[in-house]
Design a protein around this ligand. Structure first.
Ligand SMILES: Cc1cc2nc3c(=O)[nH]c(=O)nc-3n(C[C@H](O)[C@H](O)[C@H](O)COP(=O)(O)OP(=O)(O)OC[C@H]3O[C@@H](n4cnc5c(N)ncnc54)[C@H](O)[C@@H]3O)c2cc1C
Length: 391
């Protein structure tokens, strides 16, 4: 593996680091705690700034308005964006839109692209991805999928109940995972516009962390008619394409989370260097130093796993094992680093005078969404037992 960062990516990384620090982080104060998201006007203002700075949708090819980075370059840039919890949205590369862009880029027909992909990459609309269902439906175990579409003439009639669908409030369309004619093997992804008759957003579920611009929503689909030409890929390819989406999407989460973990330790370092206790700077107490050392090791290990996974995907090799390792390790590292940063900054870190309080609540979801830690451990050991991957 080549660990060197190409010169142009390094130059871009430094520019984006400076931009995030001077142009984005100062606006974190506009996060509205009552609604759990950045104020709409601020979000729009920052999106304009990002566009005019030429940093919009950094992960996309240049022909589609992006920066033409490969997955390794994207990893490096996303970990700079992750330093501010508001940056991924204002750069138009946050979940779930970023993963949906990847999926649409790969699978959408010209008609589907016209309707959904191009407006999405321009930031004119938002989207959601609906897989998870209330028990007994799909969660950790996708094979419990209950949502079903019946073929009637040249249409499919969709019925289902989904929840925790990020961004669905205000989204223009939703990519819905559903069985077809009650066959799990025929599971399929459907493109459903949110003005479709029979679609209903029931609520934004109240959660411990940020709602983001469109919440994490509970949805109902009651006899929603989806024309055949709004199938993504083909009937029966739902899991194939959702894996195609989830692999890189898990990785881009890791990239953003590494940035967030670094930011938490930077905040802690600044505090520890300034605060004096028991006759010396906090940073000079060995017990505190160990927390920094442990965090540095875990962040570096997470970075290596993430870059290796990006290399593996870029090479077109089977990346499932390394992606599960990266997702598990980085989501846990994120939680440990923010927890330590709060410990180091004392009551301030626990209060809303510090951004760590919000980061701590947001980070907790990382160990659940896109496969809980236990599911990734299961994937890893099953691969080892079956001999698909070695130690
Ligand atoms: C902030 C947030 C955003 C989300 N966004 C989306 C979205 O946009 N679209 C979407 O479809 N879903 C989304 N989700 C849902 C998320 O993907 C699911 O919560 C996740 O897949 C787990 O499913 P579940 O909540 O039903 O947990 P369950 O399936 O009920 O599992 C509960 C717990 O059981 C444990 N467990 C599961 N399997 C095993 C095992 N094999 N061995 C040991 N323990 C195990 C795990 O600890 C797990 O947390 C989001 C969730 C959150 C919190």
């Amino acid at each position: 593996m080549d660990f060197s960062i190409p010169k142009e990516v390094e130059e871009l990384r430094l520019k984006i680091r400076e931009f995030v620090s001077s142009e984005i982080i100062p606006y974190e104060k506009d996060y509205d705690y009552t609604i759990g998201r950045l104020k709409h006007d601020t979000a729009e203002l920052l999106r304009k700034k990002v566009k005019s700075a030429g940093f919009w949708t950094p992960h996309l090819p240049k022909s589609e308005g992006g920066l033409g980075l490969d997955l390794v370059g994207t990893a490096i840039i996303f970990s700079e964006l992750g330093k501010s919890f508001i940056a991924p949205f204002v750069f138009n590369c946050d979940a779930p839109d970023e993963g949906n862009m990847h999926l649409l880029h790969k699978t959408a027909t010209p008609e589907q692209k016209e309707k959904f992909y191009y407006p999405l990459i321009k930031g004119e609309i938002r989207s959601a991805f609906a897989m998870t269902e209330p028990p007994p439906g799909a969660g950790s175990d996708p094979s419990s999928l209950q949502t079903n579409a019946e073929k009637v003439g040249d249409k499919y009639v969709l019925n289902g109940h989904k929840w925790y669908c990020t961004g669905a409030n205000g989204a223009k369309f939703i990519i819905v995972m559903s069985k077809v004619n009650n066959s799990f093997r025929r599971s399929t992804l459907f493109l459903v516009p949110t003005d479709a008759i029979g679609y209903k957003m029931i609520r934004e579920v109240e959660i411990m962390g940020s709602h983001g611009q469109g919440g994490h929503c509970e949805l109902k689909f009651e006899n929603v008619e989806v024309p055949e030409n709004m199938i993504l890929g083909r009937v029966g390819e739902g899991f194939k394409w959702s894996q195609e989406r989830l692999g890189p999407a898990r990785l881009t989460h890791c990239m953003r989370w590494l940035g967030m973990a670094r930011r938490s330790m930077e905040i802690a370092r600044e505090y520890a260097k300034g605060r004096e206790v028991f006759g010396q700077k906090l940073s000079e107490h060995e017990g505190i130093g160990w927390m920094f050392a442990e965090s540095a090791l875990e962040i570096e290990s997470g970075q290596m796993l993430t870059l290796k996974a990006a290399h593996t995907l870029r090479a077109g090799e089977d990346a499932r094992q390394i992606i599960s390792m990266a997702k598990w390790q980085v989501s846990e590292t994120l939680n440990k680093c923010i927890d330590r940063a709060i410990q180091i900054t004392g009551s301030t870190g626990y209060s809303r005078d510090s951004i760590l309080e919000l980061m701590y609540r947001d980070a907790r979801a990382a160990r659940l969404a896109d496969g809980p830690t236990e599911v990734h451990k299961m994937v890893i050991y099953k691969n080892l037992m079956s001999g698909k991957f070695d130690f």
